[in-house]
Structure formats: structure tokens, C-alpha cells
Design a protein around this ligand. Structure first.
Ligand code: GLU
Ligand code: MG
Length: 467
């Protein structure tokens, strides 16, 4: 479980002793450096590193890094808000010792996600990991609810030898095909070994639909740990690929056309250790609260896409009939609705039943995405929201009157449209707080401006190797 307490100057009780012991262990395992990782508003993983011997100092006093990265764009241009984007100021990065992981594919290195606090010792209002932690603390205090989550990881594997900037798939043959796994079998085996060594319990690994595309899914954890894990898994995939002369992209659309890379979220709400998505009296065994949670997410999807699909490249992926879920619709085990109800197999339902949110990709900051989806769901619980009729099959084929009866609408087709929806969404803005909400708006508007006048192929190329 994630420690929900904020870091404090000097360290929380026991932190420094623990970090001192861990530092000794790391030295014994030949680890020289620790990667301190967080994800910025644009969805880019940013890092600082420290020598392993400095871990206790970092646990006590943090490591300095400018807040300016909160308003970096994916291409490293910088935008501003009322309070962010200036070259002034500094923050302290505090490694989460519970998540410290020796990196199996990068000998000599360990990795830890960080929380960011101000130099005065207060939580940084722009820290997305803190936002998610606080959302969970709130859900427990106000509703007695706990959450479990998992982030699916899809990516494209290309040849490192490809001409600069281009994507040449490293595996060919049919979708989900055995040939692809033979071509990249060594890479896959090393990836599974690295995940196992790092304590990442992989559910499945398989070739996906598009050329060179693969997917890895993992078990559910508390949402902060799930977001951490999605960052760690991507770091690991990248590192393993490098050792095989391969280059990977988690971009929503490595090419302008065809099936993209998703980062579907799986979420379940629990009370007193009981899964609320099964054993209830509503459709498919949902409890009233699980239905309200789903209805809350469904209602806010257009605004949520500004957080879950944050890149101009996200909208090359978010197209109908590509399993990306681009309609405000829900259904049982359906892959074209934005919300897919997963009941799990008979005998496993109390563990496995959950809600899958599909219009999410890996350009998204996973802490912001999970926090906002949970905030939307909690609003549904508070207002006792109910789901509209379910949808079966592909909503793209519904006649207009049928779509209207089911409240099925197309999600935003551009980043500009989703920012517009986000700007008008008081629930999400309030949940994020003004600093993060303004950062999201400014960064998205900045990305929109960056691609003004670009063709789809140019957009795909501009973001291809960023995520
Ligand atoms: N690649 C699809 C997407 O863009 C998802 C495929 C699947 O359902 O696993 O989300
Ligand atoms: Mg998939």
C-alpha cells in the first residue's frame, strides 16, 4: 500500500533510518545511482538522479528541482500560468521509499517515484502524485471508499537502425500473431524477467493489432502504486528494448493512421474490503454505488479527455471503430464504448469485477488521469447518478435517434475541443485545485498552438518519440 502521509522536512518518523539501511543494501547490490522520477503535466517522465549513498539525505531533505517543468510542453517549450512557468523558485523531490526498485535492465541503477513539496515544507499544489494521494484520502474520509486500479500498457516497437525519426516496425505478420512473438521473443523474455525481478506481477504480454505493437497488463494495486507501476513498466520496456537494438514508442499514434496505443484504466471501488462492482442489485451485479461511479465518469468524459488524452497525437488514436472507445457509451465487455464493464469470470468476480475506461492513452500523466477519473466517479456517487441504457456493438453504427436515446455522443475530436470541455468543468477543476487545473489548461493550449497548421502525419512525427 502507498503511504498516504505527505513528506515533511527532516523526514517522516523512521524514514531516515530506513533510507540509511536501504542505501547500504543498494551498495551491496552494486547500485550506484537512484533515478527520482515524476511525470509532468504534458505526460513526459522527467528525472533527477542521486548517488545511492545520498538516499538518507534525500529522504530527510529532498532533492531540488524547479517547478517550471509543470508547464513544459511535450516538445520542451515552456508556457505560463499565473503562478507557474517562471524561472524562479525551487521544489524538493522526496523519493517514496516503499517504491524503491532496483532496475533489472539498467545495471547500477535503482528507481523511485517522488512527491514534491515546497521549500517551506508544504505539499506543492502542482504535484500530480500528491493530488492523487489526497483524492484517495478524501474518498476514504468522506465515503469510506478505497480504490484499486491498473493501467494497461500498449506500445510500438521499432528498429533502432531506422532512419532518424522514422518508425520501422520491428515485428511483422498478423495481428496477435505467433510470428511477431518469434521475431521479438528474446526481447519479450527479457522484459518478463526484468518485470519479475522488479516485483511487477505481469498478467499478460502479447503482440497487439498494429505492426510492431505489443501490450503488457499487470494486476490491480492502490491507484498511486498503479500509476507508479505504469511509469516503472514503461521505463523498463524502454531499457530492455535498448539492449536489443530496438526503439519503443508509447505515443498514442506512432503513425497518423491505423490503430493507436492505448493506456486503458481499470478501476474498482471497495468498502471494507468488499468489491462494489459485483454482488449488487443493479445491472450485471453492480451495487448502486458502482453504477453511480460509472455514471459519474461517463458524464464527465468529454472534459476528462483533456487529462486522459492530452496530446494532439491522442486525437489521431481517438477514432471510431479502433477499440479506443470514442463515444459516451457503456456496455458489458464491449471494446467500442468508452466504458467497458468487466464482470470477471464466475468464481473470480469478487476480485476481478471492475470498470475499464478506454479513451486514455500513455501521453496522459497517470496520476492526473486516475485522480480525475476517481473525482468524476465520486461526484457520481455523491449525486447518486444512474447510467443511461447500455450499448452493445459499435456505437458508430447507431442510428442518430438510437444514439440520442442512449445519450451516446462522440467524444472531442481534437485537443482544442477537449480543453474547451475541461475549462467548463467545475468538478474536475475543483478537484485539481487552481494551480493544477490552470497548468492542464495552459499546457493543452500550448500543445494546440504547437500543431497549428500541421498535417496529421506531421503531428504523429512530432510526438512519436516523446512518450
Ligand atoms: N489499441 C487499442 C487502443 O487504442 C486497444 C486495443 C485493445 O482493446 O486492447 O486503445
Ligand atoms: Mg490492447
Amino acid at each position: 500500500m502507498t503511504t498516504l502521509a505527505d513528506p515533511v522536512p527532516g523526514g517522516r518518523p523512521g524514514d531516515v533510518e530506513r533510507a540509511t539501511a536501504l542505501s547500504g543494501e543498494l551498495a551491496g547490490r552494486g547500485v550506484h545511482g537512484i533515478v527520482l522520477a515524476y511525470v509532468d503535466t504534458a505526460g513526459v517522465a522527467r528525472v533527477k538522479t542521486i548517488p545511492s549513498g545520498r538516499l538518507a539525505d534525500a529522504a530527510a531533505w529532498g532533492v531540488g528541482m524547479s517547478p517550471v517543468f509543470d508547464t513544459f510542453l511535450a516538445g520542451d517549450a515552456i508556457v505560463t500560468t499565473d503562478v507557474l512557468g517562471s524561472p524562479d523558485g525551487d521544489l524538493r523531490l522526496y523519493p517514496d521509499l516503499d517504491r524503491l526498485t532496483v532496475l533489472a535492465a539498467q545495471p547500477g541503477w535503482a528507481w523511485a517515484p517522488v512527491d514534491r513539496i515546497t521549500q517551506d515544507g508544504a505539499p506543492h499544489p502542482g504535484c500530480s502524485r500528491t493530488f492523487l494521494r489526497h483524492t484517495l484520502t478524501d474518498a476514504r474520509a468522506r465515503h469510506g471508499l478505497d480504490f484499486r486500479a491498473a493501467v494497461e500498457i500498449e506500445w510500438s516497437v521499432g528498429l533502432d537502425s531506422a532512419p532518424a525519426g522514422e518508425f520501422v516496425p520491428a515485428a511483422t505478420g498478423p495481428a496477435y500473431g505467433a510470428t511477431r512473438l518469434v521475431e521479438l521473443g528474446d526481447f519479450g523474455a527479457d522484459l518478463l524477467a526484468a518485470c519479475a525481478a522488479q516485483g511487477v506481477d505481469v498478467d499478460q504480454f502479447h503482440p497487439e493489432y498494429a505492426a510492431g505493437q505489443f501490450e503488457l497488463s499487470t494486476g490491480a494495486l492502490d491507484p498511486v502504486a498503479a500509476a507508479d507501476r505504469s511509469v516503472l513498466v514503461r521505463h523498463t520496456v524502454r531499457a530492455v528494448a535498448r539492449r536489443h537494438g530496438l526503439r519503443v514508442s508509447f505515443s498514442p499514434a506512432v503513425n497518423a493512421t491505423g490503430v493507436g496505443n492505448g493506456g486503458h484504466l481499470h478501476l474498482s471501488a471497495w468498502r471494507d474490503g468488499v468489491n462494489l462492482h459485483t454482488g449488487g442489485v443493479r445491472r450485471y451485479g453492480m451495487t448502486a454505488e458502482a453504477e453511480s461511479l460509472a455514471a459519474g465518469v461517463l458524464a464527465r468524459l468529454p472534459a476528462l479527455t483533456a487529462v486522459t488524452a492530452p496530446s494532439p497525437a491522442s486525437y489521431l488514436r481517438l477514432r471510431p471503430s479502433q477499440w479506443a472507445g470514442v463515444y459516451t457509451a457503456w456496455g458489458l465487455e464491449t471494446r467500442e464504448c468508452a466504458l467497458r464493464l468487466v464482470t470477471g469470470t464466475a468464481g473470480l468476480r469478487d476480485r476481478a469485477a471492475n470498470l475499464e475506461v478506454k479513451p486514455v492513452d500513455l501521453a496522459a500523466n497517470p496520476y492526473l488521469a486516475l485522480g480525475c477519473v476517481i473525482a468524476a466517479g465520486l461526484e457520481g456517487v455523491e449525486s447518486e447518478a444512474v447510467l443511461p441504457p447500455e450499448t452493445t456493438g459499435d456505437p458508430a453504427h447507431l442510428a442518430p435517434e438510437e444514439a440520442a436515446a442512449r445519450e451516446v455522443r462522440r467524444l472531442p475530436k481534437t485537443l482544442a475541443e477537449s480543453v474547451e470541455a475541461f475549462r467548463g468543468d467545475e468538478v474536475l477543476r475543483t478537484a485539481l485545485g487552481p494551480v493544477l487545473a490552470d497548468a492542464v489548461t495552459a499546457v493543452r493550449e500550448g500543445e494546440v498552438a504547437q500543431v497549428d497548421g500541421l498535417e496529421d502525419a506531421q503531428i504523429a512525427a512530432a510526438y512519436r518519440w516523446v512518450y
